[in-house]
Design a protein around this ligand. Structure first.
Ligand code: ADP
Ligand code: MG
Length: 442
């Protein structure tokens, strides 16, 4: 009977509403009539307010019994109740989420509270907080966070998701790595389940997709994601994306998708400056009850400059060694514990170093590389130097641009592409490039 009811109702309410509110209900026929089990009180209330009359009407009609009773309960249908809930969903820890029939994949360990703020991530953090407080708002949908590896994109993504759920425990929020999205979609296609797949994603209040650069070259997934994106966007549901680069710079993603990525807010996360690196080290040490003197944190922060994941790795190592040897943590102790990491770091080429070497090689001045000059004897070496900086340092495009006379990051990107092209076509350029790399890494 309930299945028949559903088919009737399906024609009367929108697809989104149907899969959000009616599809999740479970039915039981008793002597008193129809009992519907709602997965949570939010759904219960909504169905009661909006659909109960319609459901009653349909049920009486189908059962040919005018007095057919319909009741909604907040809970799981008895025989469907899982015995011991498998501890797969992280959200199971969250009481309000117990009945959720889906996995949010949110990691409760990544919150705003333990995200250390600094100049490099201030903007991203502030906007993330705003979105968590007011998901689906018109000015920040989609929210697109981009930046290099290990800078906290995934952390912020989970923090937003956790924030949304904290304010509204019934919100349907799903975190998904883009590769997993692709895998699930392929599986759904194979199992003839793609309709459910679509409905599920389109029924979410917030969809968080990590590392969307992995959609590159996967046309089918892009197509499906495009429609999911539109459905969510049009109903003002929040979409949050992360990537290692600016929307327009992702290769092998359809233009219509790239342009949509930029419809809301795109915010960069930059590598942390020294002050922030030290703050992160101190905070993580405190969280792990590790007695890390500030001057030691300063020492590590000065040496390891690329990203937060590396800092965490270093700290874990120091912590393990300290536990093992029972020694106090001093600079000498750290120097020994992190010997290999520090050695690698010392070899890292700096932008200044590259500029000096390139200028010498072409017999021009470093100031020419930073100047506005468009003379051919300067532009090519400048492009080469930028490309080398991208290749050999961990600096971001905006940082490189800045070091070359405050140029835009798109100029740097253009230089990298030009040089990549020329190296294939022009032997002289290829030779210059190899010579310079050899000199710089010696
Ligand atoms: P990304 O996704 O950008 O590659 P992650 O979010 O995975 O980087 O961050 C790498 C690690 O560094 C994670 O363990 C994360 O918790 C931590 N981390 C990154 N940025 C911060 C920050 N600002 N404060 C505290 N921890 C951070
Ligand atoms: Mg990540």
């Amino acid at each position: 009977l309930w299945q028949d009811c559903l088919s009737h109702l399906q024609d009367k309410v929108s697809t989104m509403d149907f899969s959000t509110w009616l599809r999740p209900l479970q039915a039981e026929i008793t002597d008193d009539g129809l009992i519907l089990y709602a997965p949570n009180r939010y759904v219960k209330k909504w169905v009661e307010d909006k659909y109960l009359p319609q459901i009653r009407e349909t049920a009486s009609f189908l059962s040919k019994n005018e007095r057919f009773g319909v009741k909604i309960i907040d809970g799981i249908k008895p025989e469907n109740k899982p015995q011991a809930k498998p501890q797969t969903s992280i959200l199971n820890a969250n009481k309000a989420a117990e009945n959720k029939p889906f996995r949010s994949n949110l990691n409760p360990k990544h919150t705003f509270d333990n995200f250390v703020e600094g100049k490099s991530n201030q903007m991203a953090r502030a906007v993330a907080q705003k979105v968590a407080d007011n998901p689906g708002g018109p000015t920040s949908n989609p929210l697109y966070l981009y930046g290099g590896t290990g800078l906290g994109k995934t952390h912020l993504l989970h923090a937003i998701g956790n924030g949304i759920v904290a304010l509204n425990p019934d919100a349907k929020v799903v975190y998904m790595h883009s590769e997993r999205f692709v895998q699930d979609m392929v599986k759904a296609l194979r199992n003839d389940n793609i309709e459910n797949f679509k409905k599920f994603y389109r029924s979410l209040d917030a969809l968080l997709i990590d590392d969307i650069q992995f959609f590159a070259g996967k046309e089918g997934s892009q197509e499906e994601f495009f429609h999911t994106f539109n459905a969510l966007f049009e109903s003002n549901h929040q979409i949050i994306l992360t990537s290692d680069r600016y929307p327009k710079e992702i290769d092998k993603i359809e233009d219509r998708l790239k342009s949509r990525f930029g419809w809301g807010l795109s915010i960069a996360i930059e590598p942390p400056d020294l002050e922030t690196r030290v703050a992160i080290l101190m905070k993580k040490a405190e969280e792990n009850s590790l007695a890390l003197p500030e001057e030691v944190a300063f020492f590590i922060g000065q040496k390891l400059r690329t990203n937060v994941r590396e800092l965490e790795g270093a700290l874990n190592r120091v912590s393990a060694y300290a536990n093992f040897t029972g020694k106090h943590i001093t600079i000498d102790f750290v120097r020994e514990a992190l010997k290999d990491m520090l050695a690698l770091q010392d070899k890292l080429v700096t932008i200044e170093n590259i500029q000096k070497t390139v200028a010498e090689y072409y017999k021009i001045k470093v100031s020419d590389l930073k100047s506005k000059s468009r003379s051919r004897s300067v532009t090519r070496p400048r492009q080469l130097a930028m490309a080398l900086a991208k290749e050999l340092t961990n600096r971001s495009l905006p940082e490189i641009g800045k070091a070359f006379g405050d140029r835009d990051h798109t100029t740097v990107l253009h230089a990298c592409r030009t040089i990549a092209d020329l190296r294939e076509k022009d032997n002289n350029i290829q030779e210059d490039f190899s010579n310079l790399i050899r000199t710089l890494s010696a």
